[in-house]
Each structure stands twice: as C-alpha cells, then as structure tokens.
Write a protein that binds this ligand. Structure first.
Ligand code: FES
Length: 189
C-alpha cells in the first residue's frame, strides 16, 4: 500500500467515526423519549393530585373542580387541565380532618364522554348530550331508559397535609383516571 492509499483509508476511517458519533447524538433524544414513555407505562396506578384545600369545600354542596397535572408532548412537559371532577364534602371533622368524608366523581359521562353537569332542578346531576340523569349519590335515574350504562365514576381520594406542621393546610388529593365508555363495568382506560 502506498502512502496515498494509506492516507485515503485513514481519512475514510475518521469520516466513519464522525458519522457514527453524529448518528448517536441524533438518536439520543429519541431514545430518551422512548425510555420516558416506557417508564410512564410501567407506572402502576393513577397519581394523587391535590385539587382543593379542605377549607374551601362547602358541606353537602357539590363543587366542580379542574384537575391540573403534567403531561409530556414529545420533548416538553406541560401543565394542563386533565379533566374535571364533582366533589362534595360529606362531613365536618375539625378534630381529625384526615377522616373527613368526601364524595368524588369524574365529570366524564360513562355513556360517550360528555361532561356531566349539576342538575339545576334537583339535587343531582345530568348529562345534556343524551339526557342521562343521576342522583346526588351518582346513581343512574331510570336505568331501564337511561343512555348511561352505569353510575357516575367515583375516584379515589386522600386527605393530606402540608409538611408535618400542626398548622399545615389540609388538602384533598384525588387519583385522576379515565374509564371505558359505554359498558356497565367501571374499567380503567
Ligand atoms: S354522553 Fe352522556 S348521556 Fe350520552
């Protein structure tokens, strides 16, 4: 091999190495994204999210509250409204706020996903899309004719306090999740 051929081989080798490094750098974000997606998928169960301070929840009056959370869209993490819930505080327990009874419903209709509203005429709820009516406890009114295949979907909750300080604010934290539509069983999506 003469010097000229050896030099050409050397240059080709260096170009190959640079090409491989550039390809690896380009692929890194995709690998990171795949890893994040896999990690999210592997997470078990819905995340508890604080939605309101206990002091802001009136007794026996349903209030509609947005659930705010983080989602990621390709490279960015975004704060957005994940959904809405109907919350009713059912007991007042100043001695032991952690034991406060709360009723939490997803506002997504089990029929085809429209938003359930408070029934202005009665103590209950209704879905305007196909006129499904629910009691204040979330049960279907007239199940034989209602379009909703099941009661309003309840969500798990916890009462949590800021830090450990005695004076810390008590919060309602809710496990936001969605369920299959148009089937009688309540099954997480
Ligand atoms: S989507 Fe609610 S009744 Fe049809």
């Amino acid at each position: 091999m003469n010097r000229r051929t050896a030099l050409q081989w050397m240059l080709a080798g260096v170009a190959g190495i640079f090409g491989a490094v550039a390809a690896a750098i380009t692929a890194l974000p995709s690998l990171w994204y795949c890893r994040a997606a896999l990690a999210a998928k592997e997470k078990t169960g819905p995340v508890m999210r604080r939605v309101a301070s206990l002091a802001d929840l009136p007794l026996n009056q349903p209030v509609e509250i947005p659930v705010i959370g983080q989602t990621h869209d390709a490279w960015e993490f975004l704060e957005k409204t994940l959904g809405r819930i109907w919350v009713t505080r059912l007991s007042d327990n100043p001695e032991n706020p952690k034991e406060t009874k709360i009723q939490v419903f997803s506002s997504i209709c089990p029929h085809e996903g429209c938003i359930i509203l408070k029934d202005p005429a009665k103590a209950g709820f209704y879905c305007p899309c196909h006129s499904a009516y629910f009691t204040a406890d979330g049960a279907v009114i007239s199940p034989e004719t209602s379009k909703s295949p099941r009661a309003m979907d309840t969500l798990e909750y916890e009462i949590v306090r800021d830090g450990t300080a005695e004076s810390g604010t008590w919060w309602l934290a809710v496990a936001w999740e969605k369920f299959e539509e148009n089937i009688p069983e309540k099954i997480s999506v």
